[in-house]
Design a protein around this ligand. Structure first.
Ligand SMILES: Nc1ncnc2c1ncn2[C@@H]1O[C@H](COP(=O)(O)OP(=O)(O)O)[C@@H](O)[C@H]1O
Ligand SMILES: [Mg+2]
Length: 365
């Protein structure tokens, strides 16, 4: 856990950060956001003592960072910046291994770690390990920068606009990759950005700064749905309803779904329809095979007319009519609109039914 208590930093008469209280829990990804010059980088750099606060206390895991030797402190904290800061005269592999070597890892362990990290970021170790930073694209270099920060498996990562220099497509790709990695590694991360879309996508919490002061510190959903004041409102933008949809996923609205297999008896099918009618909300029964793979649906209003399952089955094209758990709600909503339906089946990568998502739930949220 990282904790800043009443932390201030002034340069001469200029207050870069004023009385900042911020707690980042273990495994949390806290995005620090705000206009240029509001003190984001200064706040970040005080955590690893690249900048010393004028007043206040910063602790990591309960230990005051002032009482730690700065070099040792920094070896336990991965640090990534926009300009990457790879050493141009060192290969990709050697760049990644800077901290492990400072920590005297033996060569075999270090080499294995470099290969593992390159794999994690989809850079083939054989192809990229021996290259020099000048031979990499911007996106590749940025991946190496993040890999290097993770090399000694630090508990904490500090990231200062790490994807800021990338074009939108590379940026989104790297964001997705990074989120997948974070879901697994669960590092404690402070991530500086000036891009509200990036903050609500990546952050489990978002801290909005203005002129060195904390204005709001909450979840992305709360920031977008209940901005604390007009400054926040303006900063997150008029399209915050849409942004909120990007910050939520299908999973947040997943409901269990009633499903039947083709081998169901007519009596049982009628019973299922009755149950559906009593529940008064769902209109569809999903039809699945023995492996829970989605075949299609049957409309409950057909139930009374005595059609058999085979007659009533509407087969689905999974590309058009299904969503996955990790889809952003924005994506799911566009599918509701395109298909003109009020309920969509949610499937996994094998097309097995996991549940359903209803338009009414989304609209009420
Ligand atoms: N080393 C420094 N000397 C003097 N002023 C500085 C220094 N570093 C930052 N500042 C000032 O502190 C304020 C906050 O800077 P910074 O933390 O870099 O902002 P951000 O990262 O949010 O753009 C700015 O007004 C900046 O000019
Ligand atoms: Mg900055």
């Amino acid at each position: 856990m990282i904790r800043l208590q009443a932390v201030s930093k002034s340069y001469g008469t200029h207050q870069a950060v004023t009385n900042l209280d911020l707690t980042v829990d273990e495994g949390e990804l806290c995005c620090l956001i705000g206009p240029s010059g509001c003190g984001k980088s200064t706040a970040l750099k005080m955590i690893n003592r690249m900048v010393e606060p004028t007043s206040g206390v910063i602790t990591i895991g309960g230990r005051n960072v002032r009482e730690m030797v700065p070099e040792q402190l920094r070896r336990g904290i991965g640090y990534v910046i926009q300009s990457i800061g790879l050493f141009p005269h060192m290969t990709v592999r050697d760049n990644i291994l800077v901290v492990p070597r400072l920590l005297n890892w033996e060569d075999g362990k270090a080499a294995a770690r470099a290969a593992e990290l390159l794999d994690l970021f989809e850079l083939s170790p054989a192809q990229f390990g021996g290259k020099y930073p000048g031979e990499l694209s911007g996106g590749q270099a940025q991946r190496v920068g993040v890999a290097r920060a993770l090399a000694a498996d630090p508990k904490i990562l500090l990231m200062d606009e790490p994807f800021g220099a990338l074009d939108p497509i590379n940026r989104e790709h790297l964001q997705n990759q990074f989120m997948a990695i974070q879901r697994e590694l669960r590092k404690t991360i402070v991530f500086v950005t000036h891009d509200i879309d990036e903050a609500v996508r990546l952050g489990s919490k978002v801290a909005l700064l203005r002129q060195g002061q904390l204005v709001q510190y909450t979840t992305p959903e709360q920031l977008l749905s209940s901005p604390a004041d007009n400054f926040v409102k303006k900063f997150v933008g008029l399209d915050r309803a849409l942004k909120r949809l990007s910050s939520l996923s299908t999973q947040d609205f997943l409901r269990p779904a009633a499903a039947v297999t083709l081998s169901i008896s007519p009596e049982e099918l009628r019973r299922q329809f009755r149950l559906l009618e009593e529940s008064q909300c769902a209109r569809y029964l999903w039809v699945i095979d023995e492996n829970r793979r989605l075949l299609g649906w049957i409309d409950a209003t057909d139930g009374g007319s005595g059609v058999t399952l085979k007659e009533g089955l509407v087969e689905v094209d999974p590309a058009e009519m299904t969503v996955k758990e990790n889809y952003s709600l924005k994506h799911a909503l566009s599918m509701f609109v395109q298909q003109g339906v009020v309920c969509l089946p949610v499937v996994d990568d094998q097309r097995a039914l996991c549940g359903e998502i209803r338009l009414a739930d989304v609209l009420q949220s």
